[in-house]
Design a protein around this ligand. Structure first.
Ligand code: DHB
Ligand code: FE
Length: 283
């Protein structure tokens, strides 16, 4: 049986990849941010999860505003990134896991989640920056990644409660997979931020820290927010919290917080990292 061993959350700001490419991790600006990651990298190296199910949002690379799936899942053997620019080197492809992806896709549709199923899919910084962060030097090729994409760009967007339900259904699908593999769940994006418009640059540190607490101990509390409330509280892109909420929905058993870091601002964002260990419930 597939075993969900834990979860990681992180922001996915493109400037992170640029800072790594230019070896700026130890500069005064970046150090408090990058100091949050060694414990997570160590845990991933020790535990060696076979598969990462990664919740992210596509910012316009694969799904532009003319065609916007509410929820999409990749079922490919490989994914390529082609956004960003910055003049930095092209990153290697991301390895997929089509068999488990199809298992999850089938199970989700049976459970009433009408996924867009992608046999081909370009992936943007929402997926690749977290992988580059966890495996410096872009050494993530050995780990199989299943992309699950949630619309956070174009209204109407799925609400936090619905994203939590999606996470639960994905957890159930993973638990019912009959192979002896270990799985970690990633939730990327967030926390409070707004990139453009009158309130560009808004950050709500108090709310971000409360979200991190609630995500561990009382995730249902976060499902009571509407997307419009999240926008009011923390700015337009705070809706990316939905990826963290979906991640938490997949964890049905005992959750232990092993590590956290919060630093703001990095670029325009309140940036949080959480490492959660998960013990599967006995049947
Ligand atoms: C930034 C944050 C994001 O979530 C994103 O997708 C792009 C940019 C930022 O703060 O720069
Ligand atoms: Fe984003």
């Amino acid at each position: 049986m597939a075993n969900i061993i834990g979860a990681v959350t992180t922001s996915h700001i493109p400037a992170i990849a640029n800072a790594m490419a230019n070896k700026q991790e130890d500069t005064p600006y970046w150090k408090p941010f990058f100091d949050g990651y060694p414990p997570v990298r160590k845990w991933l190296n020790e535990k060696q999860p076979d598969v990462i199910v990664l919740f992210y949002n596509d910012h316009g690379l694969e799904f532009f505003i003319d065609k916007k799936p509410t929820f999409a899942i990749g079922v490919a053997d490989e994914y390529h990134n082609s956004d960003e620019g910055w003049g930095i080197a092209t990153i290697p492809p991301v390895t997929g896991e089509s068999e488990l992806s199809w298992h999850i896709a089938n199970s989700l549709v049976e459970d009433g989640f009408d996924m867009t199923i992608c046999q081909e899919m370009k992936v943007d910084h929402g997926l690749t920056v977290p992988l580059s962060l966890m495996w410096p030097g872009n050494n993530y090729g050995h780990v199989k990644v299943i992309p699950v994409c949630i619309n956070c760009e174009q209204h109407p967007m799925p609400q936090p409660w619905r994203c939590f339900e999606l996470g639960k259904a994905i957890g159930k699908a993973i638990e019912s997979y009959d192979e002896d593999i270990s799985v970690a769940i990633f939730g990327t994006g967030g926390l409070s931020h707004q990139l453009d418009g009158e309130r560009a640059g808004i950050i709500n540190r108090e709310f971000d820290l409360e979200c991190m607490d609630k995500l561990v101990s009382d995730p249902e509390a976060l499902t009571k927010y509407s997307n419009l409330e999240l926008v009011e509280i923390g700015g337009a892109q705070t809706v990316e919290l939905n990826m963290w909420i979906a991640m938490r929905g997949a964890l049905r058993g005992k959750v232990t917080e092993l590590h956290r870091n919060y630093h703001a601002p990095i670029s325009n964002t309140g940036s949080g990292v959480l490492l959660l260990e998960h013990e599967m419930p006995s049947k």
